[in-house]
Design a protein around this ligand. Structure first.
Ligand code: ARG
Ligand code: ASP
Length: 720
């Protein structure tokens, strides 16, 4: 991309400097957002949404099992999240006889609810700005290492002094690239029981084809109940536990949300990078995303081939396939979006304005002049390392299954080789058990085909001295990549559970270590991981350290130079509120998408027997009879999903979409294809979040599943 035509884009500046999108801190809503939210239609006060010392809406919101969001929707601890968030829990409860993934599950009484060990619900008790304490004794001249050491020490102190109950946790997170720090006090419930899940033909309708796409017709929801001990506190599973009595639960609206209506999404967005320089976006669009997409493309083709030919493999690999495909498709959409909507050019215009402003202020000029050139230079320098690192991680740790296992055993073996035989022996059961457990649902022939396809790519794309030549030589010695895979998979203990169990039963540490060192997959792994650990990793680390420092300074500079602009901190897995309006969009010339889909659209997409677009008979019958109960829209149609301008990201799945009064009107689960770049660049014209309409959820529970008794504990409202 040329850098000469920046000025052409300057007319876009006003839009860039306007406040749009954003994932805001609940603590600062009054200061930063309340006025705008009220102007958009909010009927509540900021402290109805977040209050540290009395119940508020935030008390109904929790992080679900670390990666998603969920909310409490009854005084008896009923919890709502996405089907795709609960998917692995549902899968774990299923067997061939009781296939809840396929057929759905509905507890018709408390006794029938299914305990789900491992699932968690974490609530935020309060948050506090602890920036001053976290940065105490941190000085400008400090090296990055000393700085971090001082901050770590400060944070340990803050956590130790934090006022909290004994069952609560305290942690500190950096914001704005480490320009601010917040303390969080949380509590985590661990006795969650599955209450309801629709069949995949509803909860996952459209599957991978429709994923990241609007118009969408997925009933992506599931229900749990949170249990607590007799004092209403977190406790491990016990039959004596009682349903959680929440500080707040969300009423559910039967009125839905029409175009233009105010909505907000409250949840735990995972990660965004909204303040990168243009050079970084360009690198993502042209180098790193293409590498990752290409690797996953090849892996997915192999998986697809096996899954189509063997139903057992399909069941075993369905969740893995969905995971790999999810990020693959997002990166693809992100690349396209960055290009189509000129994100690099717009950032360049923004940077030109930054330079213009500091040029007029000698103090700023002196302090900030170096930032953009140094960022550009460092991104250029890190590029080959970043690309090689992605290539390595995607190939061997995310897509080939066996090398991920070999890698974890390899670092454990390293302890032995460093002479730490004590730790080596102490961790033995844990490490070896984990590999053994990994054989469940593992098909070596599938993994072997992925291995052959991806190592061939690795030999072609990785620099010879960084492991490319090693892989090529290994293949040449065996007569090709297919043959190399055949040989390694036939001889290694990592690809066969019987061989692995035999290895596990070896008594002494010495002989186990020797056997592992001689395993052909371990030798192979060391051939590719050594250049990574010696050349790529350390250099990447060093340059990334420089980037972190520069990004921190650039962030601070932007906050100072663009005083009139409101900046939200990048998502970091902590509680945020985003708000906007229900709105359709125009993805391209002459095409306009409406804001809501309906059950009629499910029937339009219906393909009998198809694994993505089949529809259960009972749902077809309800549709034919137009038996929608009180859940239909004013014009008598059954709503399914809708979109709005809320700025969300991964981790926001399962987040409630609230109306102006704080009633639940939707359940967030995805974003639209054209706007998947919103993690890097939010464009209000096309970025939309996708929600299940709350009325569809109620309809499925009541009319489809016949579990209407659950609605009695909810609070259903009809705001005007
Ligand atoms: N794209 C959504 C998100 O990022 C939904 C993913 C679940 N669905 C799927 N087909 N994998 O998580
Ligand atoms: N589907 C995502 C999630 O699981 C949400 C998103 O990326 O928009 O959190």
């Amino acid at each position: 991309m040329k850098r000469t035509n920046i000025w052409v884009w300057l007319w876009l500046l006003p839009a860039l400097l306007q406040a749009q999108g954003g994932m805001w801190l609940p603590l600062y809503l009054e200061k930063q957002n309340e006025k705008e939210m009220r102007a958009l239609g909010l009927k509540l006060k900021a402290d109805d949404l977040y209050a540290p010392n009395r119940p508020s809406i935030k008390d109904a919101i929790c992080q679900y099992s670390g990666g998603c969001t969920a909310e409490i929707i009854s005084p008896q601890g009923l919890l709502l999240t996405n089907h795709h968030c609960a998917f692995s829990a549902i899968q774990r409860q299923s067997s061939l006889e009781r296939n809840y993934v396929e057929n759905g599950f509905w507890a018709m009484s408390r006794e029938e609810e299914l305990p789900c060990p491992g699932e968690t619900a974490t609530f935020v008790v309060r948050m506090e700005d602890v920036t001053a304490l976290a940065l105490q004794n941190v000085t400008e001249g400090m090296s990055e290492r000393d700085r971090q050491a001082q901050i770590d020490k400060n944070i340990a102190q803050i956590r130790a002094n934090a006022r909290r109950e004994k069952w609560q946790e305290a942690f500190v997170r950096p914001f704005y690239y480490g320009n601010q720090y917040f303390l969080f006090i949380t509590e985590t419930y661990t006795d969650l029981r599955l209450v309801g899940a629709p069949p995949s033909s509803i909860g996952k309708f459209g599957a991978d084809t429709d994923n990241w796409v609007w118009p969408r017709h997925t009933g992506d929801f599931a229900l749990f109940r949170v249990y607590a001990d007799k004092d209403n506190r977190p406790a491990p599973y016990s039959p004596d536990n009682q349903p959680l009595r929440p500080k707040h639960f969300l009423p559910i609206s039967l009125s839905g949300a029409e175009e233009g209506a105010f909505t907000m999404v409250y949840g735990f967005p995972g990660r965004t990078d909204e303040y990168l320089p243009a050079a970084a976006l360009q690198q993502i669009a042209e180098v790193t995303n293409p590498t990752r997409v290409d690797i996953r493309d090849r892996a997915l083709k192999v998986l697809d081939r096996f899954m189509r030919n063997d139903p057992a493999i399909k069941i075993a690999y369905i969740a893995r396939y969905a995971n790999i495909a999810n990020a693959w498709k997002k990166w693809l959409g992100e690349m396209q979006g960055l290009r189509t909507y000129k994100a690099v050019e717009k950032k360049q215009a923004y940077e030109a304005e930054f330079l213009r402003r500091i040029g007029e202020n000698p103090t700023w000029a002196m302090r900030y002049r170096h930032l953009l050139p140094r960022l550009q230079e460092t991104y250029r320098e890190i590029e080959p390392y970043a690309d090689a690192r992605d290539n390595y991680l995607e190939t061997f740790l995310r897509n080939i299954q066996v090398t991920a296992a070999v890698a974890s055993v390899g670092s454990w073996l390293g302890e032995y080789e460093k002479g730490q035989v004590g730790t080596f022996s102490a961790r033995r059961t844990e490490v070896m058990e984990r590999v053994r457990a990994g054989f469940t649902g593992y098909y070596p022939e599938v993994d072997r085909a992925v291995f052959a396809a991806l190592t061939e790519r690795y030999a072609q794309t990785m620099r010879p001295e960084w492991g490319g030549a090693f892989v090529r030589r290994a293949a040449d010695e065996r007569g090709g990549f297919e043959a190399l895979a055949q040989y390694l998979f036939a001889a290694s203990a990592f690809t066969d559970s019987t061989r692995w169990k035999a290895l596990m039963s070896i008594p002494t540490a010495d002989s186990i270590a020797r056997r592992l060192q001689q395993d052909p997959l371990m030798t192979f792994w060391r051939g590719v991981s050594t250049p990574y650990n010696e050349e790529i990793g350390p250099k990447w680390q060093e340059l990334q350290g420089t980037l972190n420092l520069l990004q921190r300074q650039y962030m601070a500079a932007q906050l100072e130079v663009f005083k009139e602009k409101r900046f939200f901190p990048d998502a970091n897995g902590t509680l945020r509120l985003t708000y906007g309006q229900v709105r359709g969009y125009s993805p391209r010339d002459a095409v306009r998408y409406e804001f809501r889909t309906h059950l009629d659209g499910v029937m339009e997409k219906y393909v009998p027997g198809d694994y993505e677009f089949d529809v259960p008979k009972r749902l077809i019958d309800l549709w034919k009879a137009r038996d929608f109960g009180p859940y239909a829209t004013k014009d008598g149609r059954m709503p399914v999903a809708f979109i709005a301008t809320n700025h969300t990201t991964g981790g926001n799945s399962g987040s409630p979409a609230l109306d102006a009064y704080g009633n639940l009107v939707g359940l967030n689960f995805d974003r639209v294809w054209e706007g998947t770049m919103s993690d890097l660049y939010y464009d209000p014209a096309i970025c939309r979040n996708i929600m299940v309409d709350a009325r569809y959820i109620l309809f499925i529970i009541d009319k489809y599943a016949g579990a209407g008794y659950l609605l009695q504990e909810m609070k259903l409202v009809r705001p005007k």
